[in-house]
Design a protein. Structure first.
Length: 409
């Protein structure tokens, strides 16, 4: 990473290039997660790098999966190279929020893809200021975040997953449920037996139950002393979520909340006690921090959730989590990064003991990529037909799209 420049010249720097590289890490066989949304054994992700006119670079990660938002590394690469790069190239690096608005005008939806580019922009901005990203985001409010690991599968499969997680130091867990109350109760009972009587164990149904099945599952699982119930029913059933709060377990909203509008709906419906915020669902680290502030103002506790991030994404979770108001110290977050995969993309892994994720020292995300991955980045300007020239503020791809491609102006 290049060093910062000082003063006004640096903050006036513009985005001069956007670069991408696809990565497809394999999940450690013993940690493959099988939940109500299917089996996840490999990730198809994208790394993003931005370069400013001051020579500062920033990196980000599109940690997207098709079952979550209809995005992955391939769609992320396409959307960044054909649309989003053109929305930010030539624009000032600050304020980053303005660049995010330009991305929203140029492209509907696709929050995980926008989050990858947004993370790279925030990293470059914080490196320009020569401060940690958590500081650029208004923190840090915390320098250590408790973490947990997901357990899934039945019988020997669950034993293997638990053994691998315990060997990595994890002491807090989340068990995947949401398929069948009786089988789910057996799985959680085995998890309790493996993890010990004092271990923290939460439940995540990934929206797999109907209301009555969720109620029955909690009755059956209650002897295993679960600490929370995440997304018991489908994302839109906020009335059901609210009803299930009478079970006496903290209800965590995950799939119910992507962006700010959905957070507001959950707050209005009083549908949850806790909200799980992701860098990807919210559209980037800055928006995650804004959403945490809103949740906290209305008494909702925040945890940082995961879409199986690699090291860059985990560093972004850590920096944004450190700046997030209302972050739970009781319910651990899902910042596990490289632990999940056979190999990591970072030159130096984040320190991880399975219990606590600690904010690293240094500007921006405070991580750097392996040299062989750095060498594989391809600039958006390298491809014929995808050349973005610097454009004055207020013009460019967004406006061009509006003129030619938007059927609902
Ligand atoms: Mg979840």
């Amino acid at each position: 990473m290049s060093g910062p420049s000082n003063g006004r010249r640096a903050i006036d720097a513009t985005i001069v290039d956007v670069q991408t590289v696809r990565v497809s890490p394999t999940v450690k066989p013993e940690l493959v997660v099988a939940g109500a949304r299917g089996v996840h054994d490999r990730s198809d992700f994208l790394l993003v790098r931005v370069v400013t006119s001051a020579g500062v670079t920033g990196i980000g990660e599109v940690s997207a999966t098709l079952t979550w938002s209809g995005e992955d590394g391939a769609t992320g690469e396409y959307l960044i190279r054909t649309v989003l790069a053109g929305a930010v190239i030539g624009q000032p690096i600050a304020p980053v929020a303005d660049l995010e608005r330009r991305m929203d005008r140029a492209l509907a939806g696709s929050p995980f893809t926008k989050a990858g580019l947004s993370t790279a922009l925030w990293d470059a901005y914080a490196r320009t200021l020569d401060v940690p990203l958590a500081v650029a985001l208004g923190g840090p409010l915390h320098t250590e975040i408790p973490v947990k690991c997901s357990l899934s599968g039945d019988g020997d499969r669950l034993r293997d997953t638990h053994r691998a997680a315990a060997a990595a130091g994890f002491g807090s867990f989340k068990v995947k449920i949401g398929l069948d109350p009786v089988a789910d109760a057996e799985r959680v009972a085995l998890a309790r037996q493996l993890c010990g009587p004092d271990a923290f164990i939460g439940l995540d149904a990934n929206g797999g139950y109907r209301r009555d099945a969720a109620r029955r599952a909690v009755e059956l699982i209650r002897p295993s002393a679960p600490a929370f119930l995440e997304q018991p029913v489908e994302p839109g059933d906020l009335a059901g979520m609210r009803q299930l709060r009478d079970l006496g377990l903290p209800i965590v909203a995950d799939e119910s909340v992507f962006g700010t509008d959905e957070l507001v709906s959950v707050l209005r419906a009083e549908a949850a006690d806790v909200v799980s915020l992701y860098i990807g669902k919210s559209g980037g680290p800055g928006r995650l921090v804004s959403m945490a502030r809103l949740a906290d103002a209305f008494g909702l506790t925040v945890v940082i959730g995961s879409n199986g991030e690699l090291g860059v994404g985990a560093a972004a979770q850590l920096q944004a989590g450190a700046a997030a108001a209302g972050l739970s110290t009781h319910i651990p977050s899902d910042i596990i990064g490289a632990h999940y995969y056979q190999e990591d993309v970072l030159a130096e892994p984040l320190t991880a003991d399975g219990r606590t994720a600690r904010l690293p020292d240094g500007p921006g995300l405070a991580v750097s990529l392996r040299e062989d991955i750095e060498a594989r980045f391809v600039s958006v300007t390298d491809e014929q037909g995808h050349r973005f020239d610097a454009v004055p503020a207020g013009t460019g791809t967004a406006q061009a799209l509006r003129r030619t491609d938007n059927p609902n102006p």
